[in-house]
Design a protein around this ligand. Structure first.
Ligand SMILES: NC(=O)c1ccc[n+]([C@@H]2O[C@H](COP(=O)([O-])OP(=O)(O)OC[C@H]3O[C@@H](n4cnc5c(N)ncnc54)[C@H](OP(=O)(O)O)[C@@H]3O)[C@@H](O)[C@H]2O)c1
Length: 306
């Protein structure tokens, strides 16, 4: 497959501040390296300090870029998102790229600290809240970008629908459908946020989503070992998996061609979106559902304000 973009084409990022969730391993780590090589100031947002700090040192040593930091973030806890956002804001930095990359796939049924199905909570809800907390900084830092890493797997809900109401019912839980719901949510959130920003007259915050490819990372840690060893034979490297999100995060084409609210696939080309993820009704439903949870679970939450 030809590449519309390569990591070498990332422009110089001196003075740009970028947050990468899940930057300690897999595709997120490849993205953090790619940002660092182009002189960006990077915040690695990960849950396990020992893993993240080792990667911070590895990136600093290999790229000679000292502007690599770690702030702890556990996406299974909305309180942790609150803490992360306030620690980041206390640094009084601008924010040019929020790369919502961290994710889990097809794990056994579990609930987050706040009582929501863990894939939805990690992949969508916490990133929704994180983005809302950081939106004022992204607006002040225009031009800026939000990239929501979705997946082709958003199509697993094709016959099922978004079905937000039953997600916490363990008896109805199917691991890959639940993953698909969370990844459909990434696309729906992207489209809705992009529309709301446009309606507010905010032109310089570009929000897009992507599928990174079928990538040889740790994502299949919960999958059957026979299936994963077969699939691994067809997987691309984490560096190639980083290409599509790094295109959306850094390419001057995003602004020049006014690319917003879109879904891209490898390697940095527009992709087609499943029917449930293109639905305006689902967009609104998901937004209202997410906001309702935050009002209930986050003390003092004032609403997205957009
Ligand atoms: N790999 C693929 O083929 C593929 C295909 C389509 C989409 N994607 C998407 O690409 C993104 C990156 O996945 P990957 O392939 O790089 O997987 P990965 O190697 O498993 O990395 C996932 C990252 O998410 C972090 N994470 C998981 N739960 C978290 C939590 N509660 N709080 C904070 N961080 C958490 C992990 O941290 P720990 O190391 O602490 O667990 C890790 O850094 C995901 O959104 C995934 O859905 C991947």
């Amino acid at each position: 497959m030809g590449k519309h973009f390569t990591l070498d084409q990332i422009p110089d990022m001196t003075g740009k501040v970028c947050i990468v969730t899940g930057g300690n391993t897999g595709i997120g780590k490849a993205c953090a390296f790619a940002f660092a090589k182009k002189n960006a100031h990077i915040i690695i947002a990960s849950r396990t300090p020992s893993k993240a700090l080792a990667v911070v040192e590895e990136i600093k040593t290999e790229t000679k870029n000292e502007l690599v930091e770690f702030i702890q973030l556990d996406l299974l806890s909305l309180a942790s998102v609150t803490k992360f956002a306030s620690e980041f804001k206390a640094k009084k930095l601008p924010l040019h790229v929020l790369l919502n990359n961290a994710g889990v796939m097809a794990c056994p049924f579990a609930l987050s600290e706040d009582g929501y199905e863990s894939q939805f909570a990690t992949n969508h809800l916490a990133h929704f809240y994180l983005t809302m907390q950081l939106l004022p900084v992204l607006e002040e830092s225009q031009p800026s970008r939000v990239v929501n890493v979705s997946s082709w797997g958003h199509n697993t809900i094709y016959f099922h629908g978004l079905d937000l109401e039953t997600m916490n019912d363990e008896a109805k839980y199917t691991d890959f459908i639940s993953y698909g719901r969370s990844k459909a949510a990434n696309i729906l959130f992207t489209r809705e946020l992009s529309q709301r920003l446009e309606q507010k007259g905010v032109k310089g915050v570009y929000v897009n989503s992507c599928h990174p490819g079928t990538v040889n990372s740790d994502l299949m840690r919960h999958s059957n070992s026979i299936i994963s060893s077969i699939v691994k034979a067809f997987m691309i490297s984490t560096e190639d998996g980083a290409i599509t999100q790094m295109y959306l995060a850094t390419s001057p084409e995003i602004e020049a061609q006014d690319i917003r609210g879109q879904y891209y696939v490898p390697f940095a080309v527009p992709g087609s979106v499943g029917r449930h993820s293109m639905s305006q009704e689902n967009q609104t439903k998901l937004w209202d559902f997410s906001e309702k949870i935050l009002h209930e679970k986050v003390p003092g939450y004032e609403g997205a304000g957009i």
